[in-house]
Design a protein around this ligand. Structure first.
Ligand code: UFG
Length: 328
């Protein structure tokens, strides 16, 4: 049986594909390659196309023996979602509806869903637990929450089983050096810091120094992308065992401020990395730290690439070997 990975040419999706292949799984990828990169798909069968193309989805399910889907395909930029919410509802929410309906037609009812800490919005307490209030502060998080809820209704009506994985801040690159993070435009902290280290940017902007945190900059929970990838495999195995649907946070449970990340990157790269303080970026919560106790206890998830210095070093190796990303 094969696992269908939607968005498998993207940053986190491509690392999940690599992990599945390492496990000996048969992999089918569908990706419209708007954000993804053909070269990031290191094996399996790639269909280039969009989830909103129902004929394509039916063909994929017809041509392959798929028993589970891992659903990454979505737009994921918080800032862009505030300017173009329609794009997010169309691609993320309607795209997911098309996928679920095609799965239902094909009788494939196991889905692992790529969700996000952005579903919580401003946390009511830290570390964040899965049972905490979900009140997204941006359209991106709102669409991811809507997708989670839609999957739940397909469970009620059509006996789907799901695992929703709410990621905190994905970072780092695969140990092979063959795949890593390459977004266009890049908006994430660690790749921008490393592009600055490479001299591709004059400085890193620190968005806000007046948050109620120790050094005034935002605190995030950075998790290695290959640890995230491992959780998807455990989630597929859980569904194959017929266990109940569940939602899990995925993070390390440790927070690092923007300024701490820059300092660690200076140590890792041995470069100066000039930083400039700028105003806050809209929609940024001050502190996002996960409690991942539930994933450890129930999924048996054991992230073992937790050291932020090592995470940044793995990203640095990728950026040094591919300074222009997949275009280089
Ligand atoms: N930051 C800067 N300068 C930059 C870029 C980012 O100071 O040039 C700051 C941000 O303001 C934020 C922190 O660095 O405080 C991390 O920002 P990222 O853009 O790297 O990540 P976010 O925490 O905003 O968002 C990420 C994912 C989202 C996901 C969210 C959940 O991009 O998809 O984590 O925690 F929803």
């Amino acid at each position: 049986m094969a696992v269908l990975v939607t968005g498998g040419a993207g940053y986190i999706g491509s690392h999940a594909v690599a992990a599945l292949l390492e496990k000996g799984e048969e992999v089918v990828v569908v990706d419209n390659l708007q954000q993804g990169h053909r070269e990031a798909v290191t094996g399996g069968r790639l269909y280039e196309g969009d989830l909103r193309d129902e004929e394509l989805l039916d063909r994929i399910f017809r041509e392959n023996e798929i028993d589970a889907v891992i659903h990454f395909a979505a737009n994921s930029l918080v800032g862009e979602s505030m300017k173009l919410p329609g794009k997010y509802y169309h691609n993320n929410v309607y795209g997911t509806l098309c996928l679920l309906e095609a799965m239902n037609r094909a009788g494939v009812k196991r889905i692992v869903f790529s969700s996000t800490a952005a579903t919580y919005g401003e946390p009511e307490s830290v570390p964040i637990r899965e049972s905490d209030r979900t009140e997204p502060t941006n359209a991106y998080g709102e669409t991811k929450l809507a997708m989670e809820k839609m999957i739940r209704w397909f469970e009620t009506a059509h006996e789907f089983r799901y695992v929703s994985l709410r990621y905190f801040n994905a970072a780092g690159a695969h140990e092979s050096g063959k795949i890593g993070e390459d977004h266009d435009p890049e908006t994430h902290l660690i790749p921008i810091v490393l592009q600055t280290a490479l001299g591709q940017r004059p400085h890193i902007s620190v968005f806000g120094e007046d948050y109620p945190t120790e050094d005034g900059s935002c605190v995030r929970d950075y998790i290695h992308v290959s640890d995230l990838a491992d959780a998807h495999i455990l989630a597929v195995e859980r569904l194959r065992r017929g266990e109940a649907s569940a939602v899990y946070n995925l993070g390390n449970g440790h927070g690092f401020s923007v300024k701490q990340v820059i300092d660690i990157a200076r140590r890792v790269t041995g470069r100066e990395i000039p930083a400039v303080i700028e105003p806050r970026r809209s929609g940024d919560p001050a502190v996002l730290i996960a409690s991942s106790e539930k994933a450890r206890a129930e999924l048996g998830w054991n992230p073992h690439r937790s050291d932020l210095e090592a995470i940044i070093a793995s990203a640095w190796a990728w950026h040094q070997s591919r300074p222009q990303g997949y275009r280089g």
